[in-house]
Write a protein that binds this ligand. Structure first.
Ligand SMILES: [Zn+2]
Length: 221
């Protein structure tokens, strides 16, 4: 999980979000406040391709929670940070939308608590709440938000642990090479640049990779 730097709000939302919100709230009122009774064509307007493609771009095609690459498996889902059924007025608010994989999206479901929130990667840096030790994610000391997020979204589920482990093991040879070049600083610098590239936010599981490289090499990226 890494910070998401939001793209500029897509034009389709800039033009329509106010009207879409008003129509949705009117339908909600007409249906006695029951969200499930609102027509799909009214409440699912956030699924517009222009919105989806911008979410894919800003998250590098990765789930905003687990950092798994999505585009080669599926297009992913649009996640509402404040759940749309509980906070329908935020259905079309750009900063409330994220790209997520179906597993994380389902795990989060409609979790919402003003007093015990999950990490919001749009408004805060997850690195303040969670730490990576190898392929495992831990919450930072005293971070209830980190602990809740890891538990609710199940960020240490078996398949994620396996995939992160594979990613870190694949990097080990490059780190060993870097370590063997202590007396060849120019060559070592080239290998270091390769390692830094592997921790780029566009890469899968970049937060775990960054922590792993920094821990083994003893220097910051
Ligand atoms: Zn995910």
């Amino acid at each position: 999980m890494i910070r998401i730097n939001k793209n500029v709000e897509p034009q389709i939302l800039q033009t329509n979000a106010t009207n879409w919100r008003a129509e949705l709230l009117q339908h909600l009122k007409d249906n006695g406040g029951i969200y499930s009774k609102i027509p799909e064509s009214i409440k699912n307007r956030y699924q517009h391709p222009e919105i989806k493609s911008s979410l894919v771009e800003e998250s590098y095609g990765k789930c905003s929670y687990c950092e798994s690459k999505l585009k080669h498996i599926s297009w992913g889902e649009i996640e509402h940070i404040l759940p749309k059924a509980l906070s329908p007025e935020n259905s079309f608010v750009w900063n409330n939308l994220l790209l997520a994989c179906s597993v994380c999206n389902n795990a989060k479901r409609s979790y919402f608590s003003p007093t015990e929130p999950l990490i919001n990667p749009v408004t805060s840096d997850p690195a303040a709440e969670i730490v990576f030790i190898g392929h495992l994610i831990w919450h930072s000391l005293n971070s209830a938000t980190g602990q809740l997020t890891i538990g609710q979204i199940d960020l240490n589920r078996t398949e994620l642990i396996q995939r992160r482990q594979e990613r870190l093991e694949a990097l080990s040879a490059l780190i060993d090479k870097w370590a063997s070049l202590q007396d060849k600083p120019r060559l070592q610098s080239l290998v270091w640049n390769q390692l830094v590239q592997e921790a780029d936010p566009s890469k899968e599981y970049s937060a775990a990779v960054k922590a792993f490289i920094q821990g083994r090499c003893g220097q910051s990226i």
